[in-house]
Design a protein around this ligand. Structure first.
Ligand code: PSU
Ligand code: MN
Length: 306
């Protein structure tokens, strides 16, 4: 069997792909594990609307009934956001999730895997996974995917609960371009960032699309990080955020949280200790990334026709 037979397309998404129209993939772990109900569901639907407003078709991905879903109905999004038993599916979980027909939410890594199979070049999320702080050896499979799957991920950098300098070194090792969108510095998720390096700056959707397209036409097979900082008006207070991150890390250590539960635990802890402020910033940056991704998707679609 061809693994593409496992793809279950929403008809609007397959029509768009067949006619070369711009499509933006969206992940679902951010819905099931990244934000509290019901804001997770309303955000997922709003993010889809932002993609449409900016000229592209959204394709939220998930695993259901032993298939890769590419494009979900609002009922399916509600189900992913409201039922407790949804599995966070990273690369190594794909086989088991398919064979057991588990309801699975896709991480950045798994969304890249499905997007590439579906022929979608770009996807938007909040923040990438990466190298965790300390010496646990916990490194997100998002980095594995970025090193090996030719899809562009628009994010506000890497979630700032991580070790950002080590994550950037890792991306360099993997041959992944880190393009700053209208910025000279790497965004730090809830804040715009100040001194971490990017590999190049791009100033508009066409420049981004040209750099992405040339990366792949050269024969490079890695993914691309297109890093867009949170809009100024939505930026969190750095002191409040840093205090919340440190508190969260201490709580995770005290409670022995490890493995794939770490990131969801920290995000939820930070939402609570900032009185919800971090959630508002997270939602704003995801929407901003969706708008950037859609605009770049439009330019990629027209470059593809040339
Ligand atoms: N971006 C967000 N919130 C999230 C995530 C991204 O704003 O919850 C998710 C993505 O699915 C990403 C995952 O792949 O967190 C990283 O998890 P881990 O560190 O366990 O690889
Ligand atoms: Mn991990």
């Amino acid at each position: 069997m061809d693994s593409k037979d496992l793809l279950l397309f929403d008809p609007e998404v397959s029509d768009a792909l067949n006619s070369g129209k711009p499509v933006v993939a969206l992940e679902s772990t951010i819905i099931s594990h990244g934000m509290p109900y019901p804001r997770n569901v309303s955000t997922a639907l709003e993010v889809e609307a932002v993609v449409r407003e900016n000229g592209a078709i959204p394709a939220t991905t998930a695993l259901m009934d032993g298939q890769f879903c590419v494009g979900l109905s609002s009922d399916q999004i509600e189900k992913l956001g409201s039922s407790g038993g949804v599995k966070k599916v990273s690369l190594r979980d794909i086989g088991v999730a398919l064979s057991k027909e588990i309801l699975g939410a896709t991480t950045v890594a798994t969304t890249m895997f499905i997007a590439e199979k579906a022929g979608i070049q770009i996807f938007a999320t909040g923040g990438l996974g990466g190298v965790h702080r300390g010496d646990s050896g916990d490194v997100s499979a998002d980095l594995t995917a970025l090193g090996t799957i030719p899809v562009t991920v628009v994010s506000a950098g890497v979630k700032a609960i991580l070790d950002l300098p080590r994550t950037l070194e890792f991306l360099e090792t993997l041959g992944v371009p880190v393009l700053g969108y209208e910025t000279d510095v790497f965004p730090e998720f809830w804040i715009r960032g100040s001194n971490l390096p990017i590999s190049a700056r791009v100033d508009d959707p066409l420049a981004a699309a040209a750099a992405i397209s040339a990366h792949w036409s050269s024969g490079m097979k890695s993914g691309v990080v297109l890093a867009a900082p949170v809009p100024v008006e939505d930026e969190a207070d750095p002191e409040v955020i840093n205090a919340a991150i440190n508190e969260g890390l201490a709580a995770a250590a005290a409670q022995g949280v490890a493995g794939s539960g770490t990131t969801p635990f920290l995000l939820a802890h930070i939402v609570e200790s900032t009185g919800g402020a971090s959630l508002e910033t997270n939602i704003a940056l995801v929407k901003n990334n969706a708008a950037v991704a859609a605009k770049v998707a439009v330019e990629l679609a027209s470059l593809n026709k040339k």
